[in-house]
Design a protein around this ligand. Sequence first.
Ligand SMILES: [Zn+2]
Ligand SMILES: [Zn+2]
Length: 317
Amino acid sequence: MANGICRSDWHLWQGGWDWVGFVPELPAVLGHEYCGVVEEVGANVRSFEKGDRVVAPFLHGCGGCGTCAQGHQHICEDPRVAGMHYTGGMAEFTTVGRANLNLVRLPDAIPFADAAGLGCRFMTSYWGLVEHAKVGAGEWTVVYGCGGVGLAAVNIASALGSNVIAVSRTPEKLGMAKEVGAVHTITAGDKAHEEVLEYTGGGAHVAVDALGTNATWTPSFLSLRARGRLVRLGVSGQEDKGQLPLLADVMLLKELRIFGSFGMPARAYPEMLRMVESRKLTPGKLVNKRISLEEVAGELESMTDFNTVGMSVLSLE
Ligand SMILES: [Zn+2]
Ligand SMILES: [Zn+2]
């Protein structure tokens, strides 16, 4: 019914993620932020039936490896990723393997278009902030980068009671950050981290690198107070290929904690969905454009210059 157009689709389309092994098996249909209605279930599916409204995380676990056995299906050792290992959501039908493990029921109160970011961007930020950083009430959280993941992080940290500062070079994105909960915004630049230190009276408790370039990674480090937590969301791009400088002495002297966070297991969805259902989290506010299947290719092309604001959603409604 709906599928978010994510920057990861753009990276896969560009063929630019070979160093992490994210290379689609061609021909491929991309789209990893889908939601819809169950049309048919396999013989062993017990938890779902035809007609159920559902959403799924972008990475599906095998259910048999040691990592899955520990409940970490989102970093499974034999993963199945939409658009890479099977037909993704930029289509009218897709398949979810091991649905008992990997599929999630979508409450009636959440429209499909609002749920189109829940398969990747929204849940990625949720897991990073709740499971890893454990963001608390009254803490300062600074979010570097206000694409879909960054804006979701602003919305989530704010709902959890944190005071959020958003940093971006694009005024429209900072405006959107304010709409979804930021109490303060800063224009990205060489001095951004100094502004954070001053505004927070010594640094943020939590910093989120929501883009993964050196332009967001290093200032995230420098924005933290002693014992601050840094959350890294999103795979880096061609220019860095995952090789980013680690400020090891800053980390040591301030006893910083650094978390990598990648997706979220299906089992963790219900708590997040309750917050969406009760309107504490508002993923629908990030959706600023609905497009048809025919418009997807043009939308991917327009992402090349990073000028898209908020989320575009492929909607069949
Ligand atoms: Zn597994
Ligand atoms: Zn994505």
